[in-house]
Design a protein around this ligand. Structure first.
Ligand SMILES: Cc1cc2nc3c(=O)[nH]c(=O)nc-3n(C[C@H](O)[C@H](O)[C@H](O)COP(=O)(O)O)c2cc1C
Length: 267
């Protein structure tokens, strides 16, 4: 009887193909923020999980990583990674997580995508950042992995990582990775010139950030059960001093004393 069961299981394995139905959460994290999101994803998905590690680890010191990561980026000499324990070939769906470095995915991900075959895989990027980088890093992944199917991803500011649990629940349900009822969010209104009141919301959300985020010129809004979301278009200066429009998302809770927070900057 036991033998028959083993044989049936083997047949089922061959018939259903050799790939896992379970997704893999594969991530790099230097200082633990992306790891917190990866663990939450694993919990909500019941997924397998693996952390990517560099043979020579980054120190966790911001300035040192800026120097090393910048050097690696300029020279194209990517960090060597420890071999993965998971077999990429065994998974159809991979949630790929990373911190944003210099506006794109962290250097260990550059090594990962260069050294592994992701052709035919469905990849859902997730990232953490100081201000933003989900869209730019997803675009970079599409360029680096033209044979993979890169879906819309999830990103959260390191300062708001506590919001990830609830936001991931919505993200996973919206994208069909988790079952459950979901309340539809209303569309944003059209962009309108900012009023004095909107400027105060923008300033309360953005002025404590370490870099100036720009001057808001227009705003769209929507009201949800949790409060009000704002989509500001602001004029900002790039690294070279050039002016550019950026989109800055802000959210403010329903409590009268709740402080507005910016959720991401899209450049
Ligand atoms: C070398 C380096 C470059 C960074 N560049 C950016 C950036 O361009 N934009 C941004 O919003 N945050 C940037 N950050 C902030 C990180 O993305 C953020 O702190 C992230 O949550 C760290 O994740 P971890 O704790 O998983 O390593 C940078 C951090 C480092 C160390």
């Amino acid at each position: 009887m036991k033998k028959l069961f083993v044989t049936l299981a083997a047949v089922a394995f061959i018939v259903t193909g050799c790939t896992q139905k379970k997704p893999l959460v594969l991530y790099y994290s230097e200082t633990g923020t992306t790891e917190a999101v990866a663990l939450e994803l694993q919990k909500q998905l019941g997924a397998d999980i693996e952390k990517i590690e560099a043979v020579v680890p980054y120190t966790g010191n911001f300035q040192e990583t800026i120097e090393r990561g910048g050097r690696e980026m300029r020279s194209g000499k990517l960090p060597e990674l420890k071999p993965l324990k998971s077999k990429i070939a065994n998974y159809d769906v991979i949630f790929l997580g990373y911190p944003i470095w210099f506006g794109t995915y962290a250097m260990p991900i550059a090594s990962l995508v260069k050294d592994n075959d992701f052709a035919g895989k469905t990849i859902i990027p997730f990232c953490t950042f100081g201000s933003g980088g989900l869209d730019s890093s997803s675009e970079a992944l599409k360029q680096a992995l033209p044979k993979a199917n890169i879906l819309s991803g999830y990103g959260v500011r390191a300062a708001r990582v506590a919001a990830a649990e609830k936001e991931l629940d919505r993200f996973l349900k919206e994208n069909g990775f988790k079952e459950g009822a979901l309340e539809q969010l209303p569309d944003f209104s059209e962009q309108m010139p900012v009023t004095a009141e909107d400027s105060i919301v923008f300033s309360d959300a953005c002025s404590s950030y370490q870099f100036p985020l720009g001057i808001p010129v227009s705003v769209a809004k929507r009201t949800t059960d949790d409060g009000t979301d704002y989509k500001f278009i602001a004029v900002s200066r790039g690294m070279g001093g050039e002016e550019a429009n950026v989109t800055i998302f802000v959210t403010k809770g329903t409590e009268p004393d709740s402080k507005p927070e910016f959720t991401q900057v899209v450049r």
